[in-house]
Design a protein around this ligand. Structure first.
Ligand code: FA5
Length: 345
């Protein structure tokens, strides 16, 4: 059996190399490997071998089959190449010359940081969620306990739509916080969610302020959630993105939808004495947060006596600035290829 298999392999490979056309090669393939081919015929003889001989013969038969299949595939490739060269011979073109590179897009620095954070928070059991960029006044303000006379609602901060929705005024969302309400209404509690996305404000632009920028909301609601849980999430995030503990400071901050509220600042990586990025303070305001206000839990139909939570609103565009050493936020939405090409895929 061994001799016959080895002979089939040798003669088969020789027959493949002699085939001068695709049709001829297919005939050889059928003759060798087809359902009624030479190899199948030999395999039928395996059953007649003793139990001791059978395993080795079976293994060899498999190897012969693979060697023949490979020879046929290689034969097919070289025939195709020869055919192509023949077709192109009159055209004066060398098909073996390397092609020219197709330009491929890169990943925008804000998206790169967003993806990293999505991976990081997903690994900690958070859902990644998003809401609409055109938002209702209720979701953007009312349900977040922002009073009707709050200056943020004024047209100098908020971009209002001319048309009203079926349930009141519509605006371009000024922050990702409305996704807190949407996610709680959709999933209920307990919940861990992050929501990266684009937000819009009527804003005078400078090195750290854009009218269109990215934030990432974080929200955890469960029983017994407190400030230490929030600090742990914020620090894990910074460590995940920068690979080390950043120098940070926490100070009181006011937001109507958290109580108590905080501001987390990171030490400016661009200077020691103050620069235009940190406006001379050596600190960059990065991420406010706090414990979810009972009014927000009630808006989402949850009992604040049972559930508590924390929320934070990361300035994602500013995080990308820190991460990649970008001195001016206005590069981010500029669409300038000289900037974008520095960030490969
Ligand atoms: C808010 O937008 C709150 N919704 C954040 C929040 C969420 C607080 C959950 C508490 C709980 P603020 O307006 O400070 O807060 O913006 C949050 C972050 O977005 C800032 O720290 C800053 O990093 C970034 N940011 C704010 N305005 C701009 C701007 N014009 N351009 C670029 N980044 C900005």
């Amino acid at each position: 059996m061994r001799d016959r298999l080895e002979a089939l392999c040798r003669d088969g490979i020789a027959a493949v190399s002699e085939a001068k056309s695709a049709d001829a090669l297919q005939e050889v393939e059928i003759h060798l490997l087809g359902r009624n081919g030479a190899l199948t015929a030999l395999l039928k003889g395996l059953g007649k071998l003793s139990a001791a001989e059978r395993p080795a013969a079976g293994k060899l038969a498999n190897e012969v089959k693979q060697a023949l299949q490979q020879a046929v595939e290689e034969g097919r490739c070289s025939l195709a190449q020869a055919e192509l060269a023949q077709d192109l011979s009159g055209v004066g073109m060398d098909p073996t010359l390397p092609g020219s590179d197709l330009p491929s897009g890169g990943v925008h620095p804000v998206m790169a940081v967003a993806r990293e954070l999505e991976d990081l928070f997903s690994s900690m059991g958070y859902v990644v969620w998003d809401g609409p960029e055109i938002e209702t006044e209720a979701h953007n303000f009312d349900d977040l306990n922002i009073p009707t006379d709050h200056p943020a609602r004024e047209s100098h901060d908020t971009i209002w739509m001319q048309d009203h929705g079926t349930s009141g005024r519509l605006c371009l969302r000024t922050h990702t916080s409305p996704v807190q309400i949407r996610a709680l209404q959709k999933f209920g509690a307990p919940l861990r969610v992050i929501a990266p996305g684009r937000v819009f404000r009527q804003e005078a632009q400078d090195a750290t302020h854009e009218h269109t920028f990215h934030q990432m909301e974080g929200l955890v609601v469960d029983k017994g959630i407190g400030v230490p849980h929030m600090l742990h999430a914020m620090n894990s995030m910074l460590e995940g993105v920068f690979g080390r503990q950043l120098e940070t400071r926490l100070r009181p901050g006011f937001f109507p939808f958290v109580e108590p509220g905080f501001e987390l600042d990171a030490r400016c990586p661009f200077c020691k004495e103050g620069c235009k990025v940190c406006k001379g303070s050596t600190w960059i305001e990065l991420m406010p947060g706090g414990l979810v206000h009972p009014h927000v839990l009630l808006s989402a139909g949850l009992d604040p006596q049972v559930y508590s939570g924390f929320a934070f609103g990361l300035g994602l565009s500013r995080m990308a600035m820190l991460r990649y050493g970008i001195h001016d936020i206005r590069w981010m939405m500029s669409g300038d290829l000289r900037f974008l090409e520095q960030f490969p895929a």
